[in-house]
Each structure stands twice: as structure tokens, then as C-alpha cells.
Design a binder for this molecule. Sequence first.
Ligand code: PHE
Length: 336
Amino acid sequence: MPGDSFAAAAADAEKRLASAADLESVAAIERDLLGRRSKLTDAKSRIGDLDPAERADAGRRLNAVRDRAEAAVAAARERLAASARSARYAAERLDLTERLPQTAPLRRGHLHPVTQARDRLEDVFVGMGYTVAEGPEVESAWYNFEALNIPDWHPARGSFDTIFVNLGEPEEVMLRSHTSPVQIRVMDQRKPPIYIVAPGRTFRADTADATHLPAFNQIEGLAIDRNITMGDLAGTIDEFVRAFFGREVKSRLRPSYFPFTEPSAEFDISRPDGSWLELGGCGMVHPNVLRNCGIDPEQWQGFAFGFGIDRLAVMRHEIDDIREFVNNDVRFLSQF
Ligand code: PHE
């Protein structure tokens, strides 16, 4: 039995397997070497023909060659699998510490234009000696209306287009329709003199259009002290308008009506073309409102004002449509 020639063939196959470039050539070599029609298989089937004395030795040698060939095939398969794996790892590699060169500068985000306006407003009023107060967005009828001198029969309730929350008695709980309830909460908790501004989200059942959003932002101002007059109110508004829009911008008050202020006014700002633009409401705090908070109107007076922050940002940046603020289009927002 020419066992040594098998050994030589196996050694040759081993060499070919070691340099096989893909799984198909490994399979071809395996078929040649170990397949049903290979010499090795053929020799094994003919062992029975050998002299009984030679059989055992020939069988052992054939098996050794076979084991060696099988090991070589397995090694070739593993080698190819390993190199396929490392090629895949290299292709999928992510360098999480990589810094891109200057060709792709990092894009930094920034605060939303309405948030920027709110921050600037706070700065202006803090500079004038005010502190910043907050109140809840879900309010009771007491804070949103009654304490502000708007009893339930009052027609002004209808004009707020309030969004009610289905809790408690009907129309008892609501999303605040203005920031004025924060006036009440602050006066409940603090003794005068009081100088606060209260920015925050407010809600009305309005359909969104170019000048309205159902969820918008207001800022409330409240000053309570001794001997405060309408002149202090006008001066404060004028000062804030100039600080926010620029020294050349003027303000004016026009008589108006709010249940929680008496007298009441609307305030406008001047535009470069000489026209006036309405910004918000204001007035001297109504004595009933002071009494509702346990403050004696004979000793303390004050003024309050409120206006929309989104609208202010619209004017400042000359934006055509207030809905742009909630569309979250980066091409729009990145301009500010
Ligand atoms: N709360 C009023 C509104 O939303 C504005 C206002 C505030 C008027 C304070 C007077 C005083 O329309």
C-alpha cells in the first residue's frame, strides 16, 4: 500500500490550503483530497483486499493522513473566516475620539429666539430692580379670574377663550389664560414693597395663524409700593421699551379696560415709519385685587402690565408669521 505517496499528496494539499484565497478553493481541495472519489477514500475501501497482516498498519497510516488533511482543511477555513472578520471589523470601525478637520466645522446650537427674548426681558427688568417670579400653568378659577376682579358673571371671562381642564367643578380648573394670576400668588406670599416680573407659558383656545398661537408666552410685571402713580408706570414702560428695542423707540399709553386695573391702558411702541404697534396691557392695580390679597389699598398702590413675549420677538426680528417659532425648522431658527 503506497501510504507514503498519500502522505506526499496530503503535504502538497496542505501547502495549497495554506495559500487558498477563498472558501470555494478550500472546498475544491477538500473534495480532491477527502471526497467520495478521492484516492484516499478509494484506498480505504480497498483495505479489505489487503493481506490481514498489513491491514491494521495500512488503516492506521491512512487514518493519520486523513486526520492531517481534515485538520488542514479546518485550519484553512478558520484562517479565511478570521480574515473576513477582521476585514469586516475594519470596514465597520468607528473612531469615537475622531476630531473632524476644519473642512467640517462643528455646528453649535443656541437658545430658541423666544427664550432669548425672555432672557433679555428678565435682564432688563432685573437691571431695574425687579426679581423674577413663577406660577403654575394649570390654575384655578380663583387665581386666573376671581381674585383678579373677574367674577363668574363677568363678560371679560368670555374674552379670554380659556382652555378648561376636566377636573373638579365645571370651569374650575384651567390652563392659565394670562400670567396675571402670578400677581395674586406673589401678593399672597409677600409683603409690599413688591417688584416682580413673571414670564411664562399661557394658553387660549385660539386657532394658530400668522399672529396667534394657542400656547404662547407672556411676561407680567407687578410693582406695589407707597405713592406709586400712573407716571411711574409710563416711565417704567418707556424705559423698558428703550432698553429692549433701542433708544430711538418711543412708547405711548392708550386708555383701555381690564377688570384688574383701574385706570387701564394699552401700550404701543413706535415704528420707524411713524406708526404705532400694540404691545400689551397695563394699569394701576385695582383696589379689589389688593384687598383680595390682604393688602390695604389705602396704604399701598401699584401698577401691573402684561404682554406677549412671542409677539415681542416677532416685532424685534420682523418675522412674518408667529407660527415659525413652533415649526422647529432649523433653517429658520439658525438665523437668530
Ligand atoms: N392679563 C392681561 C392680558 O392678558 C394683560 C394685562 C396685565 C393687563 C396686567 C393689565 C395689567 O390681556
